[in-house]
Design a binder for this molecule. Structure first.
Ligand SMILES: [Zn+2]
Length: 199
């Protein structure tokens, strides 16, 4: 529709999650009208995040070295792991201050429509972490939607036979949404009221 660089920018923005063609166009023209310094800061932030941020080799959370700050923290409890879909869910749960254990980030949820199966998630890495018997409880904090529930069911069937207590966050979270949409109090309450689903 537009020429050269403008269309390239619209195309790239349109590839981002949740950005439709109209939004992509609006953002592109916003950037065109913005100060060069502001646009430079955005470009630098994009470059920096790819250069400096990696995924924790233990839990899959975002990290600025091989281990994230939670895995590197000796004060966290080693006997309980909270399983979440994305790094943003770690942030949401940390905000509640209800949890002092470790995390495991799956990198998504089982979703047959989008062709995401168990092998596409960091499930084998989770099994490896459970193998030495240190972990006695796994809290499944996947999103309260169909994909999150399917993933939790799959994991509880896999983990419970290992003699590990498997629990799921209490109901009361906004159904169908993301974990991150729950406010701190609701999420904290769901954490406290978690129920054992296996083990
Ligand atoms: Zn980590």
């Amino acid at each position: 529709m537009y020429e050269g660089a403008v269309q390239d920018l619209i195309d790239e923005l349109g590839r981002l999650p949740g950005v439709g063609p109209k939004s992509a166009q609006r953002i592109a023209f916003h950037l065109l009208a913005a100060d060069a310094a502001d646009v430079r800061r955005l470009a630098d932030a994009l470059t920096e995040v790819k250069a400096r941020v990696q995924f924790c080799e233990t839990c899959g959370n975002v990290a600025e070295s091989e281990k994230c700050r939670i895995c590197a923290d000796p004060r966290r409890a080693d006997d309980v792991i909270c399983v979440v879909e994305e790094p943003k869910d770690v942030v949401a749960i940390e905000r509640t201050r209800e949890f002092r254990g470790r995390y495991h980030v799956l990198g998504g949820a089982i979703n047959p429509i989008e062709n995401v199966g168990p092998d596409d998630l960091r499930i084998s890495q989770l099994m490896t972490r459970l193998a030495d018997g240190t972990v006695t409880e796994v809290i499944l904090a996947t999103d309260p939607n169909i994909e999150g529930e399917a993933t939790a069911t799959y994991l509880s069937r896999l983990i419970a036979p290992m003699g590990v207590t498997v629990s799921r966050l209490a109901s009361g979270l906004p159904v169908g949404g993301d974990l991150e949409y729950a406010d701190e109090v609701t999420l904290g309450r769901a954490f406290e009221g978690r129920r054992v689903v296996g083990g």
